[in-house]
Design a protein around this ligand. Sequence first.
Ligand SMILES: [Mg+2]
Length: 186
Amino acid sequence: MLRRFYPCAYVRSVFSIDYAKLYNKGFRAVIFDIDNTLVHHGDNSTPEVDELFRKIHNTGLKTLLLTNNDEERVLRFIKNIDTQYICDADKPKPASYMKAIEMLGVSKEETVFIGDQMFIDIIGANRCGIPSILVHFIQLPEEKHIGKKRYIEKFILWFYRRNKKYRSQLGDIYIKKEVENALEQR
Ligand SMILES: [Mg+2]
């Protein structure tokens, strides 16, 4: 029952992933959530994230941003990033995920979805049969309070990290092997 929330991998951040390894495994496109996945909620992109996209594109992977936020937010974010996007996506409903696949011109199996919320990003990708990676949500040091949903995620992750079959579905996709220890974080 909890399996519908399980990602194929769980990592510390988008910077923990070796995108060339994803390409070598046969993936051809990455769909990203933006808020609390790539940057803190509502923030503009950073030079590090801009550079990450350049690196990802150099591997041969295509990218698309899939967000429930509006177009103004996306346009502000992609000032220095050359990528496709879908705004007002209404995740976790499957329609926008399927539209993303179509825009990218790849198959579901060749795509990986990366996001920070089990109940929105991951469950939506799972419903569509798109492999997914959960990232530990970006939280500012002064942010002490986390929402109720995060506690439920924590509970589900407790079971998830004890299930090697699910958590290692993508094999080694890490820049460093020990990044897998992110599983112990929350
Ligand atoms: Mg998010």
